[in-house]
Design a protein around this ligand. Structure first.
Ligand code: 4AD
Ligand code: MG
Length: 496
């Protein structure tokens, strides 16, 4: 008895110590954070004269006057920079555009325009110097994006790119928030996979570079003529996590992923990357394709609204300095108007009338090219368009047949300038129909498991994939997709 009481006492002392430790460390790191590691974003909220502040960041502008020097310091936490006043005795010629500094001083009310408060430096140290003659970017100059792209390792130091990174982060949050608020479960679908979901043959294969790392075949593997590959079957980088999401949606009726996607796409144009992020959602018990369209439309609108609410200063920066003139209006139109629905067959009729002006003449049965997609949206007064029910032959094997058997229950969402932003379908949930399709595409052997999903409690289901970078292109009016992602990869380009 006494032994167990002692044990209990020991345990509670231990627990108490643990509690104290965690409390102390929490309060310590909190204090430390406040005193030493305030971000510029935090400091800019300070509306108190004489508050002692330590600001760290990179010098964005520098104005040297006879009696005083003004610098703007930014650490990437916000679009706005902190104005710092440097008295002549503290100034030194290592404080240049691009150098990194740590400033201690007091906040004072600012007599100048552009800020309510500024920091009067009492101590300033240069952490890293930056020779402006060698630094590829110059203060205040509007630098062409193509030039900046040549310096991927320094690109985040430009205002337009650090702003992009904050907007990218806010868009990511918005997308997760939308799905979380609507009971979709986030699923980590794999990056390495044995399938080519889209059947387009645009996969990158994965094998170890060092062949010694491939395990030897066992006797039975030799007998079965198993290929001597690392995984024993060919493996690729994923082109879409859809088939994996379909597995999940057989048990969890709403799920989504949001991860890197890879396509060995030859087209080096302004909307294609070899590595991009795709947001995919899958829903079970759908009544019709209309359910899928509703989720796509509300996701796109929710994301725009969230960005306006959470990151408006960066958004406005893009509309002022980067995007084409009417971009904000175009995005507002997408927010305010109901997206238009038009079957592929009707869309082709509209396009055929304009065939003379297209480089590629469209006929029923052919896929829409970028010029057709853009025309359809323009024709629709810049309101995004859902083109539905494409010919079966131009959509992948998994798309559900419509009753006419010529078309499938499918959709592409087209948005101004970018063209296709989202692709989705109802999935073929009928065992026999799917089996036939798999046979036609010679996929039955590889995708037997996929057919199996239709054997055990199959349900009508559908989903879509949204190109994250194209979404940024559309909302921010970015001409080239390579300026929406920190490290762009496309045919002939894989730097860093
Ligand atoms: O239309 P896609 O190929 O659809 C699928 O992969 C489906 N399996 C998705 C699903 O239903 N779960 O691709 C979806 C979207 C496109 O609409 C486009 O926005 C984007 O992904 N996308 C690309 N973005 C950048 N670069 C590329 N090479 C892209 N390929 C597709
Ligand atoms: Mg597509």
């Amino acid at each position: 008895m006494s032994a167990s009481i002692q044990k209990l006492k020991k345990m509670s002392t231990f627990a108490l110590r643990g509690l104290k430790r965690s409390f102390l460390s929490r309060s310590f790191s909190f204090t430390q954070y406040r005193l030493i590691r305030n971000t510029i974003k935090d400091i800019l909220k300070c509306k108190q004269s004489d508050a002692t502040v330590n600001a760290t960041g990179w010098v964005k502008t520098l104005q040297v006057h006879k009696n005083v020097t003004f610098i703007k310091v930014n650490d990437g936490s916000s679009l706005s920079s902190l104005q710092v006043i440097i008295p002549p005795e503290l100034n030194n010629n290592e404080i240049t555009f691009g150098s990194s500094v740590s400033v201690e001083g007091k906040m004072i009310e600012s007599p100048g325009q552009g800020q309510d408060y500024e920091l009067l430096a009492e101590k300033i140290s240069v952490c890293g110097t930056c020779n402006p003659e060698e630094f590829p970017f110059q203060s205040r100059n509007k630098i062409p994006v193509e030039y900046v792209r040549d310096y991927l390792h320094l690109r985040p130091r430009t205002n337009f790119f650090s702003s992009l990174l904050r907007l990218r982060n806010a868009t990511t949050n918005a997308i997760h928030k939308y799905f979380q608020e609507n009971d979709f479960l986030f699923i980590h679908t794999p990056i390495l996979t044995s399938n080519d979901c889209e059947g387009g043959g645009e996969v990158f294969s994965v094998e170890p570079h060092n062949k010694d790392l491939i395990p030897e075949l066992s006797d039975s593997e030799e007998e079965n003529k198993t290929p001597k590959l690392f995984f024993r079957n060919p493996a690729n980088l994923t082109v879409s996590g859809q088939l994996h999401l379909e597995i999940i949606t057989g048990a969890i009726s709403r799920c989504y992923n949001f991860g890197p996607t890879f396509r060995a796409d030859m087209s080096v144009d302004r909307t294609h990357l070899a590595e991009f992020y795709m947001v995919e959602a899958e829903m079970a018990f759908t009544k019709s394709l209309e359910d899928v369209l509703e989720v796509i439309e509300s996701l796109v609108k929710f994301t725009i609204r969230e960005l306006q609410n959470t990151c408006d200063d960066d958004l406005q920066f893009y509309y002022k300095y980067v995007a084409p003139k009417d971009q904000q209006k175009t995005v507002q139109t997408a927010l305010d108007k109901a997206f238009t629905r038009i079957p592929y067959t009707d869309a082709v009729k509209i396009l055929e009338k304009k065939n003379k002006k297209f480089e590629f003449k469209i006929r029923w049965g052919e896929d829409l090219k970028r010029e057709h997609e853009r025309y359809l949206v323009k024709y629709n007064n810049d309101i995004p368009v859902f083109v539905t029910d494409f010919p079966a032959a131009i959509k992948p094997f998994y798309a559900r047949d419509n009753d006419d058997t010529q078309t499938v229950s499918s959709v592409d969402l087209l948005v101004p300038e970018v063209g296709e932003l989202v692709g989705g379908t109802m999935r073929e949930e009928r065992y026999d129909v799917l089996k036939n399709k798999l046979q036609q595409h010679e996929l039955l052997e590889n995708l037997n498991w996929y057919l199996d999903l239709r054997k055990f409690g199959s349900v009508p289901h559908g989903g879509f994939g949204l190109g994250f970078e194209r979404m940024l292109q559309f909302i921010l009016g970015i001409n080239n997709i390579r300026d929406t992602i920190p490290f762009p990869r496309s045919s002939k380009h894989c730097k860093l």
